[in-house]
Design a protein around this ligand. Structure first.
Ligand code: ATP
Length: 352
């Protein structure tokens, strides 16, 4: 590490006043030694005090980008800036970032207290201050009664709280989370997700959160970034991305939109996108009507997804679980619920 990096890097444990660093990845490319190209000229700005969610399918480069921000990987080209400082080549420990991993990464032989305290010990924080900071964080995460237990004596949710505690105790300028909830059961995931959001709001920490789960992404994000094959496919306010997907890839990934060949529907060549919940029963004047035999149904709880054949394609429609399912479906999509994409799979903005 050079002197410049030491000078520009944010020191560890700089305290709450610094918990608002923004993150800027400028044209970041990462090619691994074996030739795998994981990221291609990614430009990403994560505003301070907000949650940026990186969403995309397995292998799209989410973790690699997070690791570049953390300093666990060095970009092949491009630069990483935290709070306005170029940290591209700075030591991970000097960046003021903390990372929470999918598998918690706890030391099995240390107690919850020992695990949370560990980064402060490494940073040479005096014992009394360590004790105070661990107490503060464990109270915040409601694990103060579990501090003497080892990871094996904790539930999945409690372990994850300890993992988050270990990250938070450093009072990082940026908190990075890599699928932190994926090993928890569905119910716990939802409550932990709400807790993480509440915690972030309370502390005002800048957060970059990786997931392949669209529900989690929509529920958490202030800024949603959809990655595909190492490139940003679309980013923005989650409602805007959901409401107006820029490509068929985003439309299919977020909300499982039906993507239909436009020509059999009598429309210009390209793709027509309709969400399963935007298909309404029966016909309506001026609306696009789809009809065909039911081929399958999936009960999801209070709702049911009905699959019906429409020409060569299968269409999914969401109905109430209590509604009877006919053998043949007639349905329509209101004009303002239809998304259109050109032959390059890019969104066509329709005039209002
Ligand atoms: P997942 O959701 O499955 O974790 P991801 O979107 O986080 O996926 P990455 O882990 O960032 O994806 O991987 C991106 C690409 O880089 C993949 O093709 C992966 O196989 C490859 N990759 C990751 N780490 C390495 C490595 N150390 N050496 C070579 N290739 C790697």
């Amino acid at each position: 590490m050079t002197t410049t990096h030491l000078m520009t890097a944010r020191p560890l444990d700089t305290g709450p006043a610094d918990r608002a660093a923004d993150v800027h990845c400028a044209s970041v490319t990462k090619t691994f030694a074996d030739g795998t190209a994981a990221l291609h000229e990614v430009d990403l700005y994560c505003p301070p005090r907000a949650i940026t969610v990186l969403l995309g399918p397995s292998g799209c480069g989410k973790t690699t980008l997070l690791r570049c921000i953390a300093g666990l990987e060095t970009p092949t080209s491009g630069s990483i800036h935290l709070g306005g400082h170029d940290v591209t080549h700075a030591d991970p420990r000097s960046r003021g970032v903390a990372m929470v991993f999918q598998n918690y990464g706890l030391y099995p032989n240390k107690t919850a207290y020992g695990n949370i305290e560990y980064p402060l010990r490494m940073a040479g924080v005096p014992k009394r201050e360590r004790r105070e900071r661990v107490a503060r964080v464990s109270e915040l995460l409601r694990i103060d009664h579990l501090l003497e237990r080892r990871p094996a004596q904790l539930s999945g949710g409690q372990r994850q709280r300890v993992g988050i505690g270990r990250a938070l105790v450093r009072e990082p300028a940026v908190l990075l989370m890599d699928e932190p909830l994926s090993s928890l059961d569905a119910e716990l995931r939802v409550s932990m997700r709400n807790e993480i959001r509440a915690l972030q709001r309370k502390l005002g920490t800048t957060m970059v959160y990786v997931t392949h789960d669209q529900t989690e992404a929509l529920g958490l994000a202030d800024q949603l970034v959809v990655l595909r094959d190492g490139r940003i496919e679309q980013s923005g306010d989650p409602e805007d991305v959901y409401g107006a997907p820029a490509t068929t890839f985003v439309a299919g990934f977020l909300g499982a939109m039906n993507l239909l060949d436009a020509q059999p529907l009598g429309m210009p060549p390209g793709t027509v996108g309709i969400r399963p919940e935007d298909l309404l029963p029966g016909e309506a004047p001026g609306a696009l009507t789809l009809r065909g035999p039911v081929v399958d149904t999936d009960l999801t709880g209070t709702e049911r997804i009905v699959h019906f054949r429409c020409g060569q394609q299968t269409v999914r429609m969401r109905v109430r679980a209590s509604d009877p399912v006919p053998a043949e479906i007639t349905t329509h999509a209101p004009t303002d619920r239809i998304h259109q994409f050109d032959l390059e799979n890019n969104r066509i903005e329709l005039q209002p």
